[in-house]
Design a protein around this ligand. Structure first.
Ligand code: BES
Ligand code: MN
Ligand code: ZN
Length: 511
C-alpha cells in the first residue's frame, strides 16, 4: 500500500473513502452538518464509542468528486485516546472501507490529535492500524480466489493531520509502516503451512528475507549444530526426516563496536508432541509453534528499516517435533551445548530444549547486552493469562520495566509473571542435572521459564511466552484471524529506543 501524508481534513484527497476518527460525544460543527452525527447517535447507530465503525455512503456530486463513502471510527472518551485506540480504529475502519469497495482511503486524524496524542503518534498508530488491519495472506488461494482478492484491495492511503506539521506526520508514518511491515513478514511465516516450512526451507526463506532487508544472515546446518554440541536442540529434531537449522540475522549500525542486543526465537515448525504425542483436536494449530522465530525475523526486518544505534542479532532455532523411528524417547538423557545434562520426561516439552541451546549459543557467541527470547512455550501460560497476553519473565528490573512499558505502547501487551528460585529447584533431574518437566501439576509456565533461566545465566534476559497471543482464531480490529506477529513491534521498539542497561546489584542470576 502506498502511504502518504497531507494537511487538511481529507475531503479533497481524491480517495474513494474517507475515514473519520471521532471521539465519543464529538461536537464538531462541520461534521454535525455533513454527517448528522447527532442523528446517528440518537438512533444508536454510531456514538463514537471505542471500536465502533459505521460506513455512510455519500451521494455523488456531479462528476463524482470527493469520497463515495465515509467510515466513522469511534475513539471513545476524547482524553483517553491512546495509540492503541487509533490503531484499533484504523484497523477496523480500513477493513470496513475495503468491504465497501474502496481502493483508496484518506484518514482524518484531527479527532485523534490533541490532549493525549501528538500528531506523530497518531500518524504512526494510523499507519500501523491500516497496514495491519488490511493484511491478508493471498498466496494459497487458487487463480479464481486471487482474482477476487485483487478486486478488493486498498492500495493507497493518505494520512491527513489538519494543521499538524507534515514533517511530524511523516516521521510517525514511516515508523508505523516499518513496524507493520516487519509484523507482516512474521505473519506470513506463521500462516505458511508446516509442509511448506520445514526447517531447511524455512531457513532458506529467512535468508531471502534477510537479503531483501540488507541483513547479514548465517544458517547453521545440522552438521554444524552437531559440532557445536547442541544436544538438546538435536534431540528434538531426531524424530523428523527434516534436519534442524539455526538462523542468525545480524544488523550493524554504521559505526561503533558496542555489544549487540539479542533476540532468540523458538521455531518449532510443527509440534506433534513427539512420542508424548498430543491429542488430535486442534493439532493443526501447532503449525504456529514457530511464532517466536517468526517474530525475530519480523523484528529484524523492522530494525533494518529503522537503523537504531545499537547492533542487533536475531537467532531462530528451527526444528520439527515429530515421532519417527529415531525419535527421542521419554526417559532419554541428553547433553546440552552448555554441558548441562537433561532428562527428557516429556517429548512435548520441546521448546525449552531448543531454546536452551539457542540461548547458550547466543550468550557465548555474541556476549550480548541482553537477550530476549520469544516462544509459544506453554499451554499453562494461556490458562494463566488468556489468549491476548504475553507472559513476561526475567530478572533484570530495568529490562522488565522497559518491556512492560513498550508492551502497552505497541499493543503487544505483556503481564509480569513470577520467577522464584524454587521454580528452578523444581527443574532439577534425578539422574541428570535437569529435567525438562517439573512433575508439578500446575504453574507450568513458571517452571518452563525457570528452565530457560538456567541457560541465560548472568546475561540480562527476558522470556516472553507468546503461546496465547501468537495466533487469533477470530478477526480483531488490526489482527485478522491467523498469525498475529505478536512481539515484532515490541522488539523493534526496544531496539530503536535502546540505551545501555544499568548494572543490577543484589540479585543473583541463574539457578
Ligand atoms: N507448543 C506447545 C505449547 C502451546 C500449547 C502453544 C498451546 C500454543 C498453544 C509446547 O511445546 C508444549 O507442548 N508444551 C507443553 C508442556 C508440557 C508437556 C510440560 C504444554 O504446555 O502442555
Ligand atoms: Mn510441545
Ligand atoms: Zn511446542
Amino acid at each position: 500500500m502506498r502511504l502518504s501524508v497531507a494537511a487538511g481534513d481529507g475531503w479533497s484527497e481524491g480517495t474513494d473513502a474517507l475515514i473519520l476518527l471521532i471521539p465519543e460525544k464529538s461536537k464538531d460543527a462541520r461534521l454535525e452538518k455533513a454527517l448528522a452525527l447527532s442523528a446517528l447517535a440518537k438512533r444508536g447507530v454510531f456514538e463514537g464509542k471505542r471500536d465502533q465503525v459505521y460506513a455512510l455512503r455519500l451521494p455523488r456530486r456531479g462528476a463524482g468528486r470527493g469520497p463515495e463513502v465515509a467510515v466513522l471510527a469511534g475513539l471513545g472518551k476524547a482524553d483517553e485516546a491512546a495509540q492503541e485506540t487509533v490503531r484499533r480504529a484504523c484497523g477496523a475502519a480500513g477493513r470496513k472501507a475495503r468491504g465497501e469497495g474502496a481502493r483508496s482511503v484518506a484518514v482524518s486524524l484531527e479527532g485523534a490529535i490533541g490532549r493525549s496524542l501528538k500528531a506523530e503518534e497518531a500518524a504512526r498508530a494510523a499507519a500501523e492500524g491500516l497496514e495491519l488491519g488490511l493484511y491478508r495472506m493471498e498466496r494459497f488461494k487458487g487463480a479464481k480466489g486471487r482474482e477476487k482478492l485483487a478486486g478488493e484491495r486498498v492500495d493507497r492511503a493518505v494520512l491527513c493531520g489538519g494543521k499538524a506539521s507534515p514533517a511530524a506526520l511523516r516521521r510517525g508514518m514511516k515508523l508505523g509502516r516499518a513496524l507493520a511491515e516487519g509484523t507482516a513478514v512474521a505473519r506470513d511465516l506463521v500462516n505458511t503451512p508446516s509442509n511448506e516450512k520445514r526447517p531447511p526451507s524455512l531457513a532458506a526463506e529467512v535468508r531471502r528475507i534477510a537479503r531483501r532487508a540488507g541483513l547479514r544472515c548465517t544458517i547453521l546446518d545440522d552438521r554444524r549444530l552437531r559440532r557445536l554440541k547442541m544436544g538438546a536442540l538435536l534431540a528434538v529434531a531426531r524424530g523428523s526426516s527434516a534436519p534442524a537449522r539455526v538462523f542468525i540475522l545480524e544488523y550493524r549500525p554504521g559505526r561503533g563496536a558496542a555489544r549487540p542486543i539479542a533476540f532468540v526465537g523458538k521455531g518449532v515448525t510443527f509440534d506433534t508432541g513427539g512420542i508424548s504425542i498430543k491429542p488430535s483436536s486442534g493439532l493443526e494449530l501447532m503449525t504456529t509453534d514457530m511464532s517466536g522465530a517468526a517474530a525475530v525475523v519480523g523484528a529484524m526486518v523492522a530494525v533494518a528499516r529503522l537503523r537504531p544505534r545499537v547492533p542487533v542479532v536475531g537467532v531462530g532455532a528451527l526444528v520439527e517435533n515429530m515421532l519417527g523411528a529415531d525419535a527421542t524417547r521419554p526417559g532419554d538423557i541428553v547433553r546440552a551445548m552448555s554441558g548441562a545434562t537433561v532428562e527428557i520426561h516429556n517429548t512435548d516439552a520441546e521448546g525449552r530444549l531448543v531454546l536452551a541451546d539457542a540461548l547458550h549459543y547466543t550468550k557465548t557467541r555474541f556476549r550480548p547486552q541482553c537477550m530476549i527470547d520469544l516462544a509459544t512455550l506453554t499451554g499453562a501460560c494461556v490458562v494463566a493469562l488468556g489468549e491476548k497476553l504475553t507472559g513476561l519473565y526475567g530478572t533484570h528490573d530495568e529490562l522488565l520495566a522497559r518491556v512492560k512499558r513498550l508492551g502497552e505502547e505497541t499493543g503487544d501487551r505483556v503481564w509480569h509473571m513470577p520467577l522464584y528460585p524454587e521454580f528452578g529447584e523444581m527443574m532439577k533431574g534425578k539422574l541428570a542435572d535437569l529435567c525438562n518437566i517439573s512433575g508439578a501439576r500446575y504453574g507450568g509456565a513458571n517452571t518452563a521459564a525457570a528452565f530457560l533461566q538456567h541457560f541465560a545465566g548472568g546475561t540480562p534476559w527476558v522470556h516472553l511466552d507468546i503461546a496465547g497471543p501468537a495466533h487469533t482464531s477470530k478477526d480483531e480490529p488490526y489482527r485478522p484471524a491467523g498469525g498475529t506477529g505478536v512481539g515484532v513491534r515490541l522488539l523493534a521498539e526496544l531496539a530503536r529506543t535502546w540505551t545501555p542497561l544499568p548494572r543490577q546489584k543484589g540479585k543473583a542470576f541463574g539457578t
